[in-house]
Design a protein around this ligand. Structure first.
Ligand SMILES: NC(=O)c1ccc[n+]([C@@H]2O[C@H](COP(=O)([O-])OP(=O)(O)OC[C@H]3O[C@@H](n4cnc5c(N)ncnc54)[C@H](O)[C@@H]3O)[C@@H](O)[C@H]2O)c1
Length: 346
């Protein structure tokens, strides 16, 4: 099976690319390696997947081959480059595409709205068009728990109405679901959107709370605790996310006469925790108490996320198995290891 993974230098994409290649798929990863966060982390992930990235990074369009996995290549390419994307689709003839490339982050969308339009809407349209024109049978793409906005009914179910996003980021993810549905109905492309719930673990994002908290605790600086700590998050360990994503890649939606082959799944841990409990788990793993700065709610943030994953469990056999204690332990172990390229700053 030949699979394209976009966002392959990212947190989820790099792990997905490695696990697909490890089991024998032919994988091409693409990423524009943008500097939304420290690119040393993106290059570090690529190196851990066996790519020799060189002192000057990776040139645009340059193709690297992994020294660790059989048939695994990486190309620096942006999904908003329609010509470049069409060229790689024409050359490779992908069987399946997994689109994880996006401008992520809720808070950044308040100050940098146009980045979201370019990657999440124009880029996503380019992916859909390429799937249509180069006859890709199946597209899996990242949506987000943020589409639930201020939904008060918990746990969040795929049947809940998601028409009230509270950030532009969430609005672009909801738009992706609508665009994918339309392309599925019009052109017979099978599509599955995955609403990821707060992913954490080794090689995680420095703009998300586990890394922000660990870094502040290590430096003895205060951690910012929004909404005075009164928040609930369904933290999901990276390996559970990637294993669930692979199961979804392996199980395209069935065809139904006259209907779009389009579906959306929640993918989370289904064990939401209070932010203060999450902080104390990190404190214990790091062996230091955090100095806490209590602040009000941030624009775009939601009070809670809580996934009902019964649909994914029933239809795909998804069973997340990492407890928060285990997951945070693995995260802190990686954070303090020589593998973490951001340690040099401390
Ligand atoms: N991590 C989470 O908790 C979470 C939660 C919900 C949804 N998601 C979604 O899952 C996907 C992966 O998230 P992640 O946490 O790995 O984020 P990430 O930022 O680590 O990875 C995304 C990657 O996409 C790349 N990228 C951005 N714009 C691009 C473009 N135009 N062309 C090519 N590459 C581009 C970035 O350089 C980055 O490496 C994203 O779509 C994100 O919105 C993540």
């Amino acid at each position: 099976m030949k699979i394209l993974v976009t966002g392959a230098a990212g947190f989820i994409g790099s792990r997905l690319m490695m696990l697909l290649a490890e089991r024998g798929d032919s994988v091409v990863g693409i990423d524009n390696i943008n500097d939304y966060y420290d690119v040393r982390l993106k290059y570090g992930r690529l190196r851990s997947a066996g790519f020799e990235t060189g002192a000057d990074g990776v040139k645009w369009g340059e193709e690297l081959r992994s020294s660790l996995y059989g048939d695994c290549r990486f190309v620096r390419l942006s999904i908003d480059d329609k010509h470049g994307l069409d060229t790689i689709f024409a050359k490779e003839g992908f069987d399946k595409v997994v689109n994880l490339a996006a401008q992520a982050g809720v808070r950044y969308s308040i100050t940098n709205p146009y980045a979201y339009l370019q990657s999440n809407l124009v880029g996503f349209l380019n992916i859909l068009e390429a799937c249509r024109n180069f006859k890709v049978g199946y597209l899996v793409y990242a949506s987000s728990s943020s589409v639930y906005g201020t939904n008060e009914k918990v746990p969040y179910s795929e049947d809940d109405k998601v028409d009230s996003p509270v950030s532009l980021y969430a609005a672009t993810k909801k738009s992706n679901e609508l665009m994918a549905h339309a392309y599925s109905k019009l052109y017979g492309i099978k599509v599955t959107g995955l609403r990821y719930f707060t992913v954490y673990g080794p090689w995680g994002r420095p703009d998300m709370s586990p890394m922000l908290f660990a870094t502040a605790i290590e430096k003895g600086e205060p951690i910012k605790v929004f909404n005075n700590g009164d928040m609930i998050r369904d933290f999901t360990y990276i390996d559970d996310i990637v294993e669930g994503t692979i199961k979804v890649i392996d199980t395209p939606p069935a065809e139904e006469e006259g209907k779009a082959s389009a579906r959306v799944y929640n993918i989370g841990c289904s064990h939401p925790v209070k932010l203060m409990d999450f902080i104390s788990e990190i404190e214990q793993a790091m062996g230091h108490e955090a100095n806490k700065e209590f602040l009000p709610m941030q624009p775009g943030d939601v009070y809670q996320t809580n996934a009902d994953t019964s649909r994914l469990e029933t239809e795909i056999g998804y069973h997340p198995c990492h407890t928060l204690h285990e997951g945070i332990g693995k995260f802190v172990e990686w954070y303090r290891s020589a593998d973490n390229p951001l340690r040099e700053n401390q």
